[in-house]
Ligand binder design. Structure first.
Ligand code: FAD
Length: 255
């Protein structure tokens, strides 16, 4: 992903595109024509402090749903914990992982039950929905981690339900992630071999067309892009964004 972003940035620089980093688009304003009527005028994108970021005949809004709705004054409810996933990364020093027992990782079936126990001796369900053995998948990450250290990333939060780990403290999360990683990798990981933990919560777009999630009708000259419009995943996003860019260019060329 970092290589993709660097590539895009180089291409934009080659084309002479101005990029404003770390600035939020806060408002969209349509310029009025000489008769003072709105509609049909150019769009102006304004930052937090009211400074103009860009002025154009066509605008692609490639922002999350709640931001797009706010910019368009479109209303609608978004932002529950069911649209989140939590990713837990463990750093593990255990030579039994050197052979990458599950290759680069695994997806976990809903309700998969581990053969061990989380606390009380009874077999407990695996809560993670996926595991990536990061240092087995990307040689550069393995080089950074150094010999004998493994990075394993677990994802929590299936579609329509909040991540099981959200709101839990790091010690609890560490226990859950170690149990899940042990069951998925088939290697009983000792607590003292888990040398570090990192957590990050991400927002997922709701599937397009799901209840209350139909994208609002955008005014002329504005095109919408993103997972909430065209579906989750890069393949869907890129295709949808190309369509949005074509629509914005066409709006611009008709002026
Ligand atoms: C942990 C995780 C793993 C994933 N793995 C994969 C995978 O392996 N393969 C795959 O295809 N997909 C994967 N996905 C899904 C994929 O990342 C998403 O579908 C995709 O990133 C959604 O793209 P988007 O453009 O809609 O939103 P985002 O990627 O969220 O982009 C929206 C952008 O808008 C910016 N923004 C927000 N507010 C403003 C504002 N006011 N002004 C200006 N900019 C603003 C944000 O900073 C952000 O950069 C994964 C998702 C997660 C969370």
């Amino acid at each position: 992903m970092t290589q993709l972003i660097a590539g895009l940035e180089a291409e934009l620089a080659r084309l002479g595109v101005a990029v404003h980093r770390g600035v939020k688009a806060r408002r969209l304003e349509q310029q009025h024509d000489e008769q003072g009527s709105s509609g049909g005028g150019r769009w102006r994108v304004l930052a937090d402090d009211g400074a103009p970021l860009a002025e154009a005949d066509g605008v692609v809004l490639a922002v999350p749903e709640n931001v797009a709705r706010r910019l368009l004054d479109a209303g609608g409810t978004t932002g529950t914990t069911t649209d989140r996933v939590e990713v837990i990364a463990l750093a593990i020093d255990d030579p039994r992982l050197d052979g990458a027992p599950r290759g680069t990782g695994a997806l976990v079936a809903r309700d998969a039950v581990g053969s061990g126990s989380r606390r009380d001796g009874a077999a407990a369900p695996i809560l993670a929905k996926a595991l990536t053995h990061v240092t087995a998948k990307w040689p550069e990450r393995a080089r950074e981690a150094g010999p004998g250290r493994h990075i394993v990333r677990l994802s929590y939060g299936r579609a329509g339900s909040a991540p099981e780990t959200i709101g839990l403290d790091d010690a609890e999360v560490r226990g859950i992630a170690r149990y899940d990683a042990s069951r998925i990798l088939g290697v009983d990981l000792r607590a003292d071999t888990v040398v570090d933990l990192a957590r990050c919560t991400w927002r997922m777009g709701r599937p397009p067309g799901s209840r209350d999630a139909r994208p609002p009708a955008a005014p002329e000259g504005i095109a919408l892009a993103g997972d909430w419009v065209s579906g989750t995943g890069l393949a869907a996003i890129v295709q949808g964004a190309r369509g949005a860019a074509t629509a914005a260019l066409s709006a611009a060329s008709h002026r």
